[in-house]
Design a protein around this ligand. Structure first.
Ligand SMILES: Nc1ncnc2c1ncn2[C@@H]1O[C@H](COP(=O)(O)OP(=O)(O)OP(=O)(O)O)[C@@H](O)[C@H]1O
Length: 363
């Protein structure tokens, strides 16, 4: 059966499943407060991303040997994979100061001119969300990156004049979650482009061990593995889960994070063994139980879980697709066999009793 969107009733979504989401990759207030203490300070300390690290190491060492400013660097990748951290490491490795700003903060070319003209020689300018800069600022950046010069326009209309302004050499580190949205002329002006991948569980284990040490928490190898496996390939989520598990260990156990303590804590926070939370499971469960695994239209699915269409599409689905649990097809959303297995449910064509309930949260 193909469940389509045409009959989707207009129901008010309540958003309850997205409140206080522990597995979101964007930084929340608490993350911002504690992340500074957990950031690796050098390339050697930076876990994983081996290829990026090796290449960047060469770029920076060569620039240092020449006594030159490093090439402009573009870092792309999902939130929480370490782009800000890497930009700070670039500055530290070059013994240079760093200035941090973001695309949305630069709405006028004048905003950018003010920042660029106050840079010191060799300074690293970190421009987060570079794809969200305004067009005039972006055009000013082209010349600044290439010639270390900007034209400041004074006046308006036919009487407007361009006053050239020399800039000290600097290194721009641009970060984006959407490399495809960058116009080619901007992309081409970066000397080094790196795409950050999601981390392997063993790499996240190392992140968890390192953070536990910095937070002065005792953690066993199995405990770190349990957290790493539920962290969706993302260091920020690994660090966040570690903090929640630490709370649990302090209140309910003797402060030591073992595998059982980690599993019990994450059961309380409803993050299952694959890193799915309530929203993810609600979407999957609706797809499997109400629509026999699909295909079903996005709007219908969203109404079934009581969430906005955008929430299902942008918050829940990307990870479900990445995990191979859900597929987006021209006919609608379809569950994969792995989705049935994960929720311990039996696909309709199989005889009842062939599946068996799985322990979603571990022991
Ligand atoms: N390779 C790594 N090794 C150890 N810790 C890491 C690594 N990458 C990221 N982290 C940790 O994860 C957290 C998030 O990293 P960071 O802020 O650099 O991510 P980001 O990619 O800039 O995210 P956003 O796109 O949301 O700005 C930081 O606390 C940092 O310490």
């Amino acid at each position: 059966m193909n469940w389509d969107d045409t009959a989707a009733p207009a129901e008010a979504p309540d958003g309850a499943l997205t409140a206080d989401r522990l597995v979101g990759a964007a930084a929340d207030g608490e993350d911002q407060a504690v992340e500074a203490a957990l950031r690796p300070k050098s390339l050697d300390e930076f876990v994983g991303q081996v290829r990026v690290r090796e290449q960047l190491d060469l770029v920076l060492k060569a620039a240092l040997a020449r006594g030159a400013t490093a090439d402009h660097v573009l870092l792309s990748g999902a939130p929480g994979l370490g782009k800000t951290t890497l930009s700070m490491i670039i500055a530290a490795e070059m013994n240079a100061p760093i200035r941090i700003t973001s695309g949305p903060a630069i709405q006028h070319a004048g905003d950018l001119a003010a920042i660029l003209s106050s840079l010191q020689e060799g300074e690293v300018l970190f421009l987060d969300e570079i794809h969200r800069m305004s067009r005039p600022a972006e055009e000013m950046l082209y010349m600044a990156m290439e010639d270390f010069r900007v034209d400041v326009i004074v006046g308006k209309g036919p009487g407007a004049t361009a006053i050239p302004l020399e800039l000290p050499p600097f290194t721009l580190v641009g970060a984006t979650t959407r490399a495809g949205l960058l116009p080619p002329p901007l992309r081409d002006r970066f000397g080094f482009t790196a795409h950050m991948e999601f981390y392997e569980p063993v790499e996240l284990e190392r992140v968890v061990h390192r953070s536990a040490q910095l937070l002065d928490v005792t953690i066993e190898g199995d405990g770190a593995a349990e957290i790493a496996g539920r962290s969706r390939g993302t260091p920020r989520i690994a660090n966040r889960l570690l903090r929640r598990v630490r709370d649990y260990a302090q209140v309910k156990a003797d402060g030591v994070i073992t595998r059982d303590v980690a599993a019990a804590a994450l059961r309380v926070y409803e993050v299952d063994t694959r890193g799915l939370d309530r929203l993810d499971r609600a979407v999957l469960k609706a797809l499997l139980t109400l629509f026999s695994g699909g295909p079903v239209g996005l709007s219908t699915l969203a109404v079934a879980v009581g969430e906005e269409r955008e929430t299902v599409e942008e918050v829940a689905e990307p990870f479900l697709v990445r995990e191979g649990l859900l597929a987006r097809t021209p006919r609608g959303r379809v569950a994969t066999p792995a989705a049935w297995t994960h929720l311990g449910l039996v696909p309709p064509q199989q005889p009842p009793g062939a599946g068996g309930q799985q322990g979603l949260f571990g022991t």
